[in-house]
Design a protein around this ligand. Structure first.
Ligand SMILES: *Cc1c(COP(=O)(O)O)cnc(C)c1O
Length: 436
């Protein structure tokens, strides 16, 4: 026993190994030391041959100092909330890397004095939405709504249709958020029908704002009616109350593939005073909330004390600017991917899998936008169909692959997978197959 213990490599010997020195630069001393201590303990207890201590330490160490792991989204859900919604473009990732250091985010290098925080990102947004007099950026769309409600309606009322009192997901209910700001909701109309007269009757001296919410994740069909932004804005102008629109999904201008999704430009042109939206849905950028609209209102929001608690960091501003002013985003590419191309990618992948003895077949599929966007819309796609048991196994691949189980088969839907990841996807399937 004593002999066995003597052959366990000592901590300083292990720390001197070049691979562990590299791991210390990557992960820090404490994490590497903890892995060494754990492996030595296993060796002392006889669970690990002393010769294998170094290998065990290396195997126990994660690839990155962050616990987040990159995964391949083959679910066919383009904006998967549990997978972090929109993946950033290469340009946005590069901007993140640059901004992560010391930057001039709030400094004017010409004068040496303070500059407007994130002015280049704001300029990019203003250029993308010429209909907006002013722009402001906060942490997410919920924050944009909270800021608007607080600055415009706290202590007063928000007039909103009963058909637009929505829950977004994970128990997040928009009405609860609005009420938490100290505003009261003045609900008008019915779940399925709201008329202009309902709004007209409700607007009064206590009205702080009228809110129009895009019911982004469900659709009411049948005997329904709602009031368009154009009609509502005429009424709001007449009564001198601001009309705020929550457009939800982040389209800055109309997207022909998603004709029912509202966009910021159209709502502003229709007379909305402020429009809010998310940055990490169809816009394809980082998590943030965007506010566009009348300069006096944006200024009021920007100067409200709450604005400071909701402001975004330099890294988000950099990614946002590169998303808005830079090349097409992965989200745009996925949305617009041509079905024939998806089909030939699926066929080629399935053939390469069959070459390795895997039961794989290219099949037609339907993708969805997801992230609470474009309810009822599905996009024609193509997938590789595998044995359903592969779905769980692929989650443990390196990198993990998220598939969709449908009709008792495991589908790898390619609309949500960038073409340059096909080889990684294939490698994941092959690795899992040999392990099973
Ligand atoms: C997604 C969504 C929100 C919430 O946006 P976050 O950016 O996740 O805070 C609010 N309203 C609508 C209509 C949405 O679609």
């Amino acid at each position: 026993m004593a002999d066995h213990r003597r052959t366990i490599p000592r901590t300083d010997t292990l720390l001197a190994d070049p691979r562990l020195a590299e791991a210390r630069r990557r992960l820090g001393h404490a994490q590497v030391k903890a892995a060494i201590v754990a492996a030595q303990r296993r060796a002392r207890e006889g669970d690990l041959p002393p010769k294998e201590v170094l290998t065990a330490v290396l195997a126990a160490l994660p690839a990155s100092a962050s616990g987040l792991r990159p995964v391949i989204n083959a679910t066919g859900v383009l904006l998967h909330t549990n997978l972090g919604r929109a993946p950033l473009s290469a340009a946005a990732r590069q901007a993140v890397e640059l901004a992560a250091g010391v930057t001039d985010v709030e400094l004017d290098l010409d004068t040496g004095g303070r500059g407007r925080r994130g002015r280049t990102a704001l300029a990019a947004l203003a250029a993308a939405v010429p209909s907006a007099e002013a722009v402001h950026v906060v942490n997410n769309n919920a924050a944009a709504l909270a800021l608007a409600a607080t600055a415009l309606a706290a202590g007063g009322e928000i007039v909103i249709s009963r058909g637009e009192l929505i829950e977004i997901g994970d128990g997040f209910r928009l009405p609860d958020l609005l009420v938490s700001t100290g505003a009261r909701l003045r609900e008008v109309g019915m779940t399925n029908r709201t008329a202009i007269a309902d709004y007209a009757d409700a607007i009064g001296p206590r009205t702080g704002m009228v809110l129009k919410v895009h019911p982004s994740n469900y659709r009411i069909e049948g005997f329904t009616d709602d009031v368009s932004v154009a009609r509502l804005s005429a009424l709001c102008r007449e009564r001198d109350v601001p009309l705020v629109g929550d457009a939800g999904s982040g389209l800055l201008s109309p997207e022909p593939l998603l004709p029912r999704e509202p966009d910021v430009t159209s709502w502003l042109n229709d007379g909305a005073d402020l429009v809010t939206t998310s940055g990490d849905k169809l816009l394809g950028g980082p998590q943030c909330g965007l506010l566009f609209g009348r300069a006096d209102l944006v200024d009021r929001l920007r100067r409200h004390p709450l604005a400071r608690a909701l402001r975004v960091d330099k890294v988000t501003l950099a990614a946002l600017e590169a998303t808005v002013a830079g090349p097409r985003t992965p989200t745009w590419e996925s949305l617009h991917a041509d079905q024939e191309t998806l089909r030939s990618r699926a066929e080629s992948l399935a053939a390469r899998m069959r070459d390795k003895g895997i039961d794989a077949e290219a099949v037609g599929s339907r993708s969805v936008v997801g992230g609470g966007g474009a309810p009822g819309v599905s996009l024609p796609s193509a997938a590789v169909a595998l044995d359903r048991r592969m779905a769980a196994a692929l989650r443990r691949a390196e990198p993990p692959v998220l598939a969709r189980v449908e009709n008792d088969r495991c589908l790898l839907d390619l609309r949500s997978v960038p073409a340059e990841h096909d080889d990684t996807l294939l490698a994941g399937v092959l690795a899992v197959q040999t392990r099973e």
